[in-house]
Ligand binder design. Sequence first.
Ligand code: DON
Length: 321
Amino acid sequence: LVERALDGQLAIAGFAGFSGRIANLFDYARENRAGTVARYIPELARQDPDQFGLAVCSLDGQRLALGDAEQAFCLQSVVKPLNYALALALNGENQVHRHVGREPSGRRFNELALDPDNRPHNPMINSGAIMCAAMIRPSRPLADRLDLVQRFVASAAGGAACGFDEAVYRSERQTAARNLSLVKLMDEHDAFPEGTDTGAALDLYLRTCSLTLDCQGLSVGAAMLANGGVCPLTGHRVIDPRIVRNTLSLMLTCGMYDYSGEYAFSVGLPAKSGVSGGLMIVIPGIAGIALFSPRLDRQGNCVRGIEFSRRLIEDYPFHIF
Ligand code: DON
């Protein structure tokens, strides 16, 4: 790091100045008290709406942590890109995309809808994520499958602690009517690979949504994606470059619910949000950013995360175009 700094080759030159500016943007975003916690999963409805954390990890391992950056939260849909990447690594692109598309749905994340080929539209919405879960080591016991995902998430996060929120999982299990309907819809249209235990696929999906990280760990995962699949802290290759490319393409076009087009247009970065208030932002070749703020807007994105993203792009030339 010191050598690169002396050569003026750091991913973010003047990290101290950058950190100061990010802290200002963080304070700005904190002023925004709009939005409410997700209510459709009872356990999430109990979250403290004013928690707010942010972490940055640059490709050369420079770190910044603000507010509740060390508060673990359940990933919810933020896990979807990682489940997709894992499904690709285990099955290959052709097999995965025989069963899930790569087109934005233009609908809500849990809408009962399939694409014209009777597949879920993409892996970033619930139906597509249940499909990816179905393709993660289907012949193994559920506990092994969850263990595999949990270890994958932890290694993506540079060895950070990846926990499991049992209360959220139980809560979601009890209110899974919509996800059950999505499974039925896909089953009715023979969308799953032959022989799929659809109940186990749904269960694995719900369990992966309940995996936890803090912003610090999630920012390292985002930085790994920004770094072509190599974790900037451990130097370990977590994901092949081609899979990173696929994952980031879908995060850019489908990662922010039905705000994805607007986010791609105005912020121009691959990102993924989740209903617990998590947000992972990838700045390719530069850094990963993670935010956690449970106040959500009407689309289900965290209000402060959107506010922060917009201001970040006003101040720094990070828009990929
Ligand atoms: O299945 C659900 O509804 C939640 N576990 C996931 C929600 C989420 O963050 C939605 N994202 N696409």
